[in-house]
Design a protein around this ligand. Structure first.
Ligand SMILES: [Zn+2]
Length: 465
C-alpha cells in the first residue's frame, strides 16, 4: 500500500443517516482508497480537486458493482443525480474544476456525486480495460507527485480503443464536464404510432430531447410490452437537441413502455416534479415556511427545539408560529409543519389536503397507507407532494407522545426519505412515495402520445432551461 490515511476525531464523528459513516465499511474503504488518491498521488486544489471524485467512484460506487450488488449500484447512480439536483440547483451549482474541498452540501454534490458520475461516464465511454489502465498510468506516472485533471484525460486518451478515439473527442468531454455547472437535462418528448397513408405502413417513433446548452449524451433506451417483455432496446447518441428511435411495419407497434436510460447510467438534472418527496426538498426550497406550535406545553417545547436546528443550518427559511399561519400561505410555498394531531393548528388546516389513504396524524397515533402506528414511543417524518403547487412539497414531523420526540434533532439525517418512522427516536421504517412525473418513462397506448404539456421543463429554482 503506497501511503497511509490518518483519521482525525472530527472526521470520525462525521457519521450520519445519509448513508455515509466514516467508520462503516464504505467509509473505511473510502479513506483507504485515499492511500492511492490524495496521499500518494497529490492534487493541487488551485488546479482542481479530482481526488474525492475518483475515491468516491472507486469505493462508494464501484464496489457495489464489483461485488454484484446491481440494485444498490443503480440506487447509488440515481441518488447521485437526485442529490445533485436538490443540493446544487442552477443558482448554486458551479463547475467541477472549481471544486477545492467539501465545506457544504453544494461542494459535496459537485465534488463527490457529479465528479464520481463523470468517472462513470468516462468508464462507460472508453470501456473497463482502458479506464483502469488509464488509472494505473496516473498512479505510475504521478505517484509521490501531483496530478491534475489533464493527467487523467491524457491517460484515458492513451488507452481509449481506436474506434472511441475516432468518434469521441475526449478533450471536449473533459471540457464539458469540468467547466459546465449544470447536469444533462433530457427526457422523452413523444412516442407513438403514425400511419403513412400512401404506403399503408405504420411507423412507431420515440423522440428523445435535451435542453440547451447540449451535452454529448450516450443513452440506453428500451421498449417493453405490458408484461415486461423486451420488444427493443439500444444505445443512442444525442449530441444536440433530439434523437429518436423508429420502426416501420405493416401494423401499429403494440402498447408498450418506453424508457430512457432506465438504469440511470447518465448523470442528469431531475426536475422537481420528478423528485420523490423528501425533507431535503423542503429544506432546500427558499420559499419554505416552517410552522412551529405556539402552545406552552412539553410537546410544543420539544418540537420548537427544531427551530434552533433549522436556524443553525444557515438556511434562511421563513419561520412562523401556527397562530400566524393561514391556508393562503400554501400557494407557491413548501411547508414544514412541526407537530401533527392537535399539537399544531397549521396541520389541522392542511390535513384536509393530504389524502387520508396516504397519511393521517392524530393526537396519539398516525397512519401510513392503511397501517396504524399507535405505540406511544413512535414518531414520523413525512413528506408529500404539494397538492396545489407543482414542484413544492409539504413535510410534517409528528410524535405520538412527548417521549417519542426525544431524539427529534436527528430527523435531518433522514432527509432523503418520504416516510421515516421512529421508535424511541431510532429508525424503524423508511419508505419512498412515487414522484408526480417521470420524464424518462412513457406508456404508449395505441393512440399517439405527446409529452409537450406533460413535462415540467423548469429546473430547480431558476428559470434556466
Ligand atoms: Zn475523501
Amino acid at each position: 500500500m503506497p501511503g497511509y490515511t490518518l483519521l482525525g476525531d472530527r472526521v470520525i464523528k462525521m457519521s450520519g443517516g445519509d448513508g455515509y459513516d466514516v467508520t462503516g465499511p464504505s467509509g473505511i474503504a473510502h479513506e483507504m482508497m485515499h492511500n492511492w488518491w490524495g496521499n500518494f498521488v497529490f492534487f493541487d486544489a488551485d488546479k482542481g480537486n479530482w481526488c474525492e471524485a475518483i475515491t468516491t467512484y472507486l469505493t462508494n460506487y464501484y464496489w457495489l458493482e464489483a461485488s454484484g450488488q446491481e440494485e444498490e449500484a443503480l440506487k447509488w447512480r440515481k441518488h447521485a443525480s437526485v442529490k445533485y439536483s436538490i443540493n446544487a440547483p442552477p443558482d448554486r451549482a458551479y463547475p467541477l474544476i472549481e471544486f477545492r474541498g467539501k465545506q457544504n452540501e453544494v461542494d459535496g454534490a459537485v465534488g463527490y456525486e457529479k465528479g464520481a458520475m463523470f468517472f462513470h461516464y468516462l468508464r462507460k465511454l472508453i470501456g473497463d480495460d482502458a479506464f483502469f489502465a488509464g488509472l494505473r498510468q496516473v498512479i505510475r506516472e504521478h505517484g509521490g507527485d501531483f496530478a491534475t485533471w489533464d493527467d487523467f484525460r491524457d491517460a484515458f486518451k492513451a488507452h481509449a480503443p481506436e474506434q472511441v478515439q475516432q468518434t469521441v473527442n475526449l478533450d471536449e468531454v473533459f471540457q464539458h464536464w469540468l467547466t459546465r455547472p449544470d447536469a444533462p437535462d433530457f427526457w422523452i418528448e413523444s412516442a407513438g404510432n403514425e400511419l403513412n397513408r400512401q404506403t399503408g405502413d405504420w411507423t412507431f417513433a420515440a423522440r428523445f430531447r435535451q435542453a440547451q446548452p447540449y451535452w454529448a449524451l450516450k443513452l440506453a433506451f428500451s421498449l417493453e410490452d405490458e408484461d415486461g417483455k423486451l420488444l427493443a432496446e439500444g444505445l443512442l447518441q444525442m449530441n444536440d437537441r433530439e434523437s429518436s428511435f423508429s420502426v416501420t411495419g405493416p401494423k401499429p407497434y403494440p402498447t408498450c413502455i418506453v424508457e430512457l436510460d432506465p438504469e440511470w447510467h447518465m448523470f442528469r438534472q431531475v426536475p422537481l416534479s420528478a423528485q420523490e418527496p423528501c425533507l431535503n426538498l423542503v429544506m432546500n426550497d427558499p420559499t419554505t415556511i416552517v410552522v412551529y406550535p405556539s402552545a406552552k406545553d412539553a410537546m410544543s417545547d420539544e418540537l420548537t427545539k427544531l427551530v434552533e436546528v433549522i436556524e443553525a443550518s444557515g438556511r434562511e427559511l421563513t419561520i412562523i408560529s401556527d397562530t400566524e399561519f393561514k391556508l393562503e400561505m400554501l400557494a407557491d410555498h413548501s411547508l414544514f409543519i412541526l407537530g401533527g394531531g392537535s399539537a399544531n393548528s397549521a396541520w389541522e388546516q392542511v390535513r384536509e389536503l393530504v389524502p387520508m389513504e396516504t397519511f393521517t396524524a392524530n393526537p396519539r397515533s398516525f397512519t401510513i397507507g392503511r397501517k396504524v402506528y399507535d405505540a406511544k414511543g413512535m414518531s414520523v417524518l413525512a413528506t408529500f407532494t404539494h397538492p396545489r403547487s407543482r414542484g413544492k412539497f409539504i413535510s410534517i414531523y409528528h410524535g405520538n407522545s412527548v417521549e417519542a420526540l426525544a431524539r427529534a434533532r436527528y430527523i435531518f439525517f433522514y432527509g432523503w426519505d418520504s416516510f421515516v418512522v421512529f421508535q424511541g427516536g431510532r429508525l424503524m421504517e423508511r419508505e419512498m412515495l412515487p414522484p408526480l412525473t417521470n420524464p424518462w418513462r412513457r406508456e404508449v397506448k395505441s393512440a399517439r402520445f405527446d409529452a409537450s404539456d406533460a413535462r415540467e421543463t423548469t429546473p430547480l429554482r431558476s428559470g434556466q432551461s
